[in-house]
Write a protein that binds this ligand. Structure first.
Ligand SMILES: Cc1cc2nc3c(=O)[nH]c(=O)nc-3n(C[C@H](O)[C@H](O)[C@H](O)COP(=O)(O)O)c2cc1C
Length: 312
């Protein structure tokens, strides 16, 4: 089995999604949960960590992720999560959103390696368990790589998950595999590759180029095609009964959100958000997405999904 990890997609891959996904699909062995932000003050509200409650996360090994640029806050939150039974915590140094990056959080920290160094020093001293990092190649440029790699190499990190784009690139253009190769040659920690794996062919291409990589993280491509991990594991490019299986997964997810959220409006919004990715699995995805976004009631939404799944 290849080690395939579900990427954190905040607003999408929450505990409910992960559990329903695991019930219906195969091939994923672990998930990094979407980030929780560190907070000031001694007490961490249980509601802040609801999505990481161990009893809600029994289907798949989970690595919680923290977004923070404050060592004290980080350590307090991380140790709370270690006490909840998680053996590894991931630090988000990749988030590209300007609101986050401008505050020197996520990928915003990559331009300040001395700050990362000071933070890692304090975090490593304070944390009770293992730390890994998820990052991009830099915030503004891949020229930043040398500096942050030198810092990362000084600390005993479990692994480093790399999305080979810069922060300012957001999701535009393509992944920079040449820069990633350079990064891989210099970094002393196990590296997880993450980025733009949307089909078996792309996976095989990256695997062939980087045979030393042992773990792969799948994000948008996996939500867009929930069979992707299964296809990578088996090498099969078609899945029998895909339509029926997707429809059953979808129904379970919808039922779960109806029980979780107050009011069908919120549920409809969440499901419409997911269709941005789900629609990519359909030949006429753009039309499907448009139709889904137009639905106004749960009944018309359900009816439409039934109909498009028939056509899959
Ligand atoms: C909507 C959305 C939410 C995301 N949330 C997170 C997050 O909470 N933490 C994180 O480290 N990365 C987050 N990411 C980045 C993904 O985990 C992943 O690194 C990125 O999508 C590239 O991988 P992919 O091409 O396989 O999707 C998010 C990406 C998207 C599109």
């Amino acid at each position: 089995m290849k080690k395939l990890i579900m990427a954190p997609l905040r607003g999408f891959t929450d505990a409910l999604f992960r559990n329903v996904f695991q019930k219906h699909f195969q091939g994923i062995g672990e998930a990094v949960a979407p980030f929780v932000t560190s907070t000031k003050g001694r007490r961490i509200k249980p509601s802040h960590l609801r999505d990481l409650a161990p009893e809600e996360n029994t289907c798949l090994p989970i690595v919680p992720q923290i977004l923070s640029n404050d060592a004290g806050e980080f350590v307090r939150l991380a140790n709370t999560l270690f006490d909840m039974g998680y053996p590894e915590i991931n630090w988000n140094l990749g988030c590209p959103y300007p609101m986050v990056a401008k505050k020197k959080r996520g990928s915003g920290l990559l331009a300040f390696p001395e700050r990362i160094d000071r933070l890692l020093d304090a975090i490593m001293h304070g944390c009770k368990g293992h730390l890994s990092i998820k990052t991009r190649l830099g915030r503004f440029s891949t020229d930043e790589m040398e500096s942050w790699i030198a810092v990362f190499n000084r600390y005993p990190l479990m692994r480093v998950i790399i999305h080979p784009r810069t922060g300012v690139q957001m999701y535009s253009g393509s992944v920079n595999l040449d820069a990633f190769a350079d990064c891989l040659a210099k970094i002393t920690h196990p590296v997880v590759y993450n980025g733009d794996i949307t089909d078996v062919g792309t996976f095989l291409m990256v695997e062939d180029r980087f045979p030393e990589i042992g773990e792969w993280m799948l994000g948008r491509g996996l939500v867009g095609n929930p069979f992707l991990a299964e296809m990578i594991q088996t090498g099969d490019r078609t899945i029998p009964d895909a339509r029926k299986r997707f429809a059953r997964f979808h129904e379970d997810l919808l039922t779960g959100y109806l029980a979780r959220f107050s009011g069908p409006g919120h549920v409809l919004d969440r499901m419409k958000g997911l269709w941005r990715y789900f629609s990519q699995g359909f030949d006429d995805g753009r039309r499907v997405l448009k139709q889904v976004r137009k639905t106004r009631s749960l009944e018309s939404y359900r009816q439409l999904v039934r109909q498009v799944c028939e056509d899959l």
